[in-house]
Design a protein around this ligand. Structure first.
Ligand SMILES: [Zn+2]
Length: 317
């Protein structure tokens, strides 16, 4: 999730709500979303302990779905394992993504809440400093963004594999926290991903509805240099927006991006430090009851996963 500076009042309200739900978890209120820095919350973070996690997640990717405890999640995983599937909804033949490497970044980590000190440490994102990671937001009934992003990521992986892609995760909930936002970006870079998508859900006030895609601004500062990937990332983001809207039937956010479902930012480590085409997808607003009803629905997540996979497929084929 994230908030935008220009909506200071809204943001403040949202943070207050988030604080009520996440009481006690450091970083939750303020950074509720993506890594929140005081300026703009909701960003992802990356960190740099990269190497080993990458290997680990890559290994895991080739094998089984991880069994997570979360109720939502368990069910989704079981379902994913079935394989089979997605026949024919894409027009590019049986394995349109064969040979392609796709990195999926499930935003936040359900265990972040237990490591407030570790996730709050600063990492360099080129245009400034950011918290390593944040807890993310949650629905009013307590379904966390971090559980949502993992559940959706597993479904997306299943869809992409059916189309022949190699899929890598930045994490699969196995880490005690994070990874930090800078590391999340570096994992995509090391994988030489053809496309990378970071999955999130927003934490705006109730009444703010819909999904949006966050695109990297063209920045060149410190370790951040997105000049070569800003254009391709915009194409990826536009394809993703179109496919997500079609697959889910939901509308672009009514509270930012002029209703176009696209927002460009230079304050997210996960985007700033990426050297491969990468975008964030904010699937909906967890704090809005109507959006929350979708986000907590397994059936809706199936559609959402297909939308994500369709968007990536359109970009890469
Ligand atoms: Zn988030």
């Amino acid at each position: 999730m994230r908030f935008v500076k220009r909506r200071t009042a809204r943001r403040t309200a949202a943070l207050l709500i988030a604080g009520a739900v996440c009481a006690g978890a450091a970083g939750c209120g303020l950074s509720g979303g993506h890594g929140g820095s005081p300026g703009r919350s909701g960003k992802p973070s990356r960190s740099s302990s990269a190497g080993k996690t990458a290997g680990k997640t890559a290994g895991k990717d080739s094998g089984k779905e991880t069994g997570r405890s979360g109720s939502e999640h368990g069910g989704a995983d079981r379902h994913d394992k079935g394989g089979g599937g997605h026949s024919g909804s894409h027009p590019h033949g049986k394995d349109p993504l064969r040979g392609k490497v796709i990195v999926i970044d499930p935003g936040h980590n359900p265990r972040n809440r237990d490591q407030p000190d570790k996730i709050s440490r600063s990492v360099d994102i080129g245009t400034g400093k950011k918290e390593c990671d944040t807890t993310g937001t949650a629905t009013n009934s307590g379904y966390s963004e971090a559980e949502f992003t993992l559940a959706l990521a597993h479904r997306v992986r299943t869809e992409l594999r059916k189309r022949g892609a190699t899929v890598k995760f930045t994490h699969d909930g196995e880490e005690p926290y994070g990874p930090c936002v800078d590391e999340r970006a570096k994992k995509g870079n090391r994988a030489h991903a053809d496309a990378a998508v970071s999955l999130h859900a927003d934490g705006a006030p109730g009444g703010s509805r819909g999904f949006h895609v966050i695109l990297p601004a063209s920045v060149h500062r410190g370790d951040a240099d997105t000049r070569a990937v800003a254009g391709p990332s915009r194409r990826l983001g536009t394809d993703l927006r179109d496919a997500f809207r079609k697959a889910t039937g939901t509308r672009p956010a009514n509270y930012l991006g002029n209703g176009e479902g696209l927002d460009t930012r230079d304050d997210l480590g996960g985007l700033n430090l990426s050297t491969v085409p990468k975008v964030f997808l904010e699937c909906g607003n967890m704090r809005d009851a109507a959006d929350a009803a979708l986000l907590t629905s397994r059936k809706w997540r199936e559609k959402a996963a297909r939308g994500v996979a369709d968007g990536i497929t359109a970009f890469l084929t």
